[in-house]
Design a protein around this ligand. Sequence first.
Ligand code: ADP
Length: 572
Amino acid sequence: MGATAIVEGVRLRDGELRRVLRERFGHDRFRGHQEEAVVAFIQGRDLLLTMPTGAGKSLAYQLPALLVEGLTLVVSPLIALMADQVDGLVSRGIAATFVNSSIDGGERRRRLDACCRGEFDLLYVTPERFRSPDFLERLPRLRITRLAVDEAHCISQWGHDFRPDYSRLARYRALLGNPPTIALTATATPRVAEDITRALALRDPLVLRSGIERPGLFFAATVCDSVEQKIDHLAQRLAQIEGAGIVYGTLVRDLEHLAVELRRRGLAPLLYHGGLSFRERREFQRRFMESRDGIVLATNAFGMGVDKADIRFVIHYQVPRTLEAWAQEVGRAGRDGGPAWCELLYFEEDLAIQQNFIQWANPSLEYLLGVYEVLRGWGERIATRDLDDLRAELLVKERRDNRVVICLKWLEVLGVTEGSFETHDLRLTRELDPAELPPSVGSQEKLEHDLSALLGVVRFAREETTPRRVLLARHFDLPEEGLAFGCDNSEDPCAWRSAHLAPRAPLSPAPPRLEADDTPFQRGDWVRIDGRHLGQVVRVEGRGGRIKLLIESAGDLRRRQVDPRRRRVERL
Ligand code: ADP
């Protein structure tokens, strides 16, 4: 292992970058802005690079990491993806590793020490790592010569996925001696792009931004007047499209209902949501990656790291919170260059869900101080309490209301608390001075900004004449020529579908039902177990009242034997 060093500033021989691209990464040519970014980063410039998801942003720092001396530190919030990213690099013989909370302390130290000895070119960490004494102590010896900040929109309070830990990155960057830095994100409004540059203190950065350039994609939006209409419309649409794809929804409860309804209409969807364990998620993703025609119903937890080239449709069953989130999700369609259908179903009542989420994502200053006061009031007893106690104190009734968690994160990032409820070592380390909170915490402006972003989605969905390219160019401040795709406001969607997509093969018809007195269940039935778990019967064993069911859970796809005399099994 070890870096293939070149002295910085030396002109690269002609064709050198292409050779590395081919030999180390297996690609024949650069895509979009990749080459420009690679050259600038090797030369030591700061960069802000926006390219759609799946376009190949990572190469902009991975390739330079092989050529520039020293270590490239990659900051990413996506713990679940780090192992995969690093495995992918290692399988190409690239010296990369990661350090995060998914591996134990001993192994973390071993990896960091190996980095100190110069055995790696790339080290992936989460921003939380900068709070770890082991990491901070080794920083000077890591010889970090480049910094890459992935998912850089998380820095911006105006981004759709703000993370308090990211707000400290400028400070961390200074700790590293301000190495040349590249900030990467799939989508950024001008305001977010500005915020990233400022928050990371990038010096005269080279800004490279590209929009969605996939002529194979077709964007459409449909206004629906009821849930039933929405489901009928979706079922009809899915039947028209052969191949694998994703239907995004906001609430698991609604997706469960949708799964049952689609099944009734002869489709066989899979259901994915954030409640699945890490192992279940991996298994689910593996099955989807291998499937040629799988329909996944998913919350936005699904997709990060799903690099499936032949996704033929991405349909939003409920409105997403921002156009940035929407763009990121539709960016998963048609990566193989083939046609893909992207449709947003707009139903006014779905807005209320997002409005709630926005309220919960923006706890007021009083709320935050309330959380702090409860912790302070508990004093030593804090060690015996947990998150549920805190929620109870603050009278949180809605399970999805996670304001408490956001406030705890702020207190941690500000250094007011250490430890966590999960590890039973949460404690206050000092007094909180409200004046030290960033101005956006609890601000009305931030709340209004988020609500107006939602309104942007509504406008986009309801617009019937302006080409969607024009709408997106305005929103993201991109040149219209840089956006290439078809849309319902510029051409006939039916004609596009019949020219580009084939209908889905119908499922084999369900076998006729058995006699009612024989058994109430049969293969293919959707059932709910104990009023909670949704699943599908894959086998019925025994007869009459003495049967056992083999049920495939819609959540984790595992098969379990269930005795309906012991468990409450309702047929849906
Ligand atoms: P992003 O970070 O923009 O979502 P990635 O960097 O993960 O995207 O790359 C997405 C996929 O594109 C990967 O499978 C990667 O190997 C591939 N890729 C990157 N650059 C090129 C290229 N120049 N030619 C072909 N494939 C590429």
